[in-house]
Write a protein that binds this ligand. Sequence first.
Ligand code: G1P
Length: 271
Amino acid sequence: MIKQAIIPLAGQGTRLLPLTSVLPKELLPINGKPGIEYILDECIDAGINEVIFIISKKKEMIKKYFYSDELYKKIIKKKKDKRILAEYKKILKYRKMIKFVYQNRPNGTGDAVLKTKKFIKDDYFLMLLPDDLIINKNCSKDMILVHNKFKTAVMASMKVNKKNVDRWGIYSVKSKINKNNFYIKDVVEKPNKNNSPSNNAIIGRYILPKKIFTKLINQKKGKGGEIHITDSIRRLILEGKEFIGHEFKGKYLDCGTMSGYLKSSNEMSKL
Ligand code: G1P
C-alpha cells in the first residue's frame, strides 16, 4: 500500500520571476486556487494519508498558508461567512496530513528526497513534483494501481519532442508490458538531443522504493552541479531493480515556466 507522499518545495522558482520574488511558486493561483492544493487533492484522491513537504527557510510562507488559524478564527467570528469557514475547514483537512522537513540549500531533487529518509515507513512511497500538474485523470492513483499489480517502482512518462529531450529525465525501454507500461532499461538526466536514448520523458510523479536512500546517501553531483534523483534511480536500475515507465492518460500542464503557468490557468478554467 502506498500511503505516504513527498513533495519537494524548496526550489527557488527563478523561471517564474518576478511572480516568485515574494511568493513561493506553489502558492501562485491557478484559476483561483494555489497550485499546491491541486497536488494535495490528487494525493487525497489517490488514498495517500501523509504528505511530507520539503521546504526551505525561504519558503516558510508555505507553512504559514496552512497555519493561519488566528486570522481565520477572528474573521469567521466577526463575519460568519460560509465561504471562509469552508476554506478554513479545507486548510485544516490538508494540515492534518502534512509534515514539514527542511532543505535549506538548493542541492537538487535527490538531496530533497534524502531529507525525508527517517520519515518513510513503507517499502514504497509516492513523490510528486509540484511544477507538473496532470488534469482529467488522477495520475498518482493510476500509478498506484500499476505498482500494486507489478510490485515495482513506477515513474510517470510521456513522449516529448526530440528537440526538447534536454529538459527531462529520459529513459530507454527494456520491454513492453502493455500499451501504457514499460520496463525501463536505463535512464539519463537531461541528455543532449544527439545522444538521447529515446524521447520517453519522465514527468513529476514517481513511486520510489525505500531502497533509493541507500543510493542517495552517497550520490555524487550530476548535471548542473545538483544531486539528481534520476542518477540514483539509474544506479538502482543498473543493479537490476525494476522500474516501470507509465504513460499516463491525463493532460500534462507545465506550471514551472511562465508560458506554461499562464496556459495552466486557462486550461483549468475550462474544466
Ligand atoms: C525534474 C527531474 C527530471 C524530470 C522532471 C519532470 O527536473 O530531474 O528528470 O523529467 O523533473 O518535470 P526539473 O523539472 O526539476 O528540472
